[in-house]
Design a protein. Structure first.
Length: 371
């Protein structure tokens, strides 16, 4: 059988398995399947308990006694799909594409990491310390697994994240960080017709603030500020005494986040309507995955590995985040999109480009020889 045929045979039990993040048994079963695959090639594997809210993670290492990893590979075992989806849409192949829940995001990538190890030159496996860490909750923000991923990431010299390459085959060399906030405005209500001057309009304060916050975006730096949700008031003839704004900010470097954060808080401390006060709360934050000098070296090695395997690696800088963002906070070089190319994620059109499976496996295998 060809490598692709073997790959599809091994992919089938993963795709034909319900493992939405909340299906802890399904996610754990996916981890068990991958554990069996890795143990068959001599890796030491363990299922990792990350708490009662999620399924098991999986850690696979060729040298479990090593104090560092020359290469760490990451992917996630969970999907976004509800129970019953696997039975409704089992893995199927049509032409040069495979379809099915999670076939590309991220089961195809997790399996590609395994095949890169399975087909690696034995001399490279003897020389290198390799770690594969597959987490169970990426689709809900990796709340239970981020600390675990970072614990291993800080030991790594190179980190490859096996989310799917973009539909056109592009890998991801950097990702923006994300910080979101809620700003709450408190004013004084009154009748909009009989005594409007007795009121202190929280909505007006919020709108003025939102425009000022939007103005903090910097095209030259690539920072963005989006006041995406505004809730205020009850009915049109009442001066609003309460309004909230939810704001999304994005940045290429964490120092840009720090500047944005300070500027937003200065705006919160300003007066937008006399008698209206405001407070700010950070809802969540994901660090940037920057194109650092070390990451540029990693990009160059992957590009060379692809060239040696007969294709051109193309790259993008992405505005959205992944587990790579958290691992990059450990000051290690991280790239993403190392899995086979795909698209249509999180819906019934999800596909895996079969013409990219073997080349991406060969690319990573060749990369091992360059580390």
């Amino acid at each position: 059988m060809t490598l692709l045929n073997d790959y599809l045979k091994d992919l089938e039990p993963l795709v034909n398995l319900d493992c939405g993040t909340s299906n802890r048994a399904g996610v754990t079963r996916a981890a068990e399947i991958m554990k069996g695959y890795f143990e068959s090639i001599g890796f030491t594997c363990e299922l990792v308990d990350l708490g009662p809210a999620v399924g098991k993670g999986l850690l696979c290492r060729n040298k479990p006694e090593a104090d560092h990893y020359d290469v760490m590979m990451n992917g996630h075992l969970d999907t976004v799909f509800p129970d019953g989806t696997a039975a409704e849409r089992p893995l199927r192949v049509e032409g040069d594409r495979a379809y099915g829940p999670g076939c590309s995001d991220c089961k195809g990538g997790v399996l590609a990491a395994y095949y890169a190890c399975k087909t690696a030159d034995p001399k490279d496996l003897e020389r290198l310390s390799i770690c594969c860490a597959f987490n169970p909750d990426e689709e809900t923000g990796s709340k239970a697994s981020t600390a675990w991923l970072c614990e291993h990431g800080k030991k790594a010299r190179n980190v490859l994240v096996f989310e799917a390459a973009r539909a056109g085959g592009e890998l991801v060399r950097s990702r923006k960080g994300v910080a979101s906030y809620r700003v709450t405005f408190k004013g004084v209500s009154s009748h909009a017709g009989n005594n409007p001057k007795d009121g202190r309009n929280a909505n007006i304060a919020a709108m003025r603030f939102a425009l000022a916050a939007y103005g903090l975006a910097d095209d030259a730096l690539g920072t963005t500020v989006n006041p995406g949700v505004i809730h205020g008031g009850t009915v049109s003839n009442v001066i609003s005494d309460r309004c909230t704004i939810e704001i999304d900010t994005r940045y290429w470097f964490d120092e840009h986040h720090e500047s944005l954060d300070r500027a937003l808080r200065e705006l919160v401390d300003s007066t937008w309507v006399e008698g209206v006060t405001q407070t700010i709360e950070m809802l969540n934050r994901s660090p940037a995955m920057p194109l650092s000098p070390d990451t540029k070296e990693l990009v160059a090695k992957i590009t060379e590995a692809a060239r040696l395997e007969g294709f051109e690696a193309t790259w993008i800088d992405a505005g959205g985040g992944s587990d790579g963002n958290h691992i990059a906070a450990m000051r290690v070089p991280v790239i993403d999109g190392c899995g086979p190319a795909g698209g249509g994620f999180h819906c019934d059109k999800e596909f895996l480009r079969l013409d990219t499976v073997e080349e991406r496996i060969r690319m990573v295998r060749r990369f091992f020889s360059l580390v």
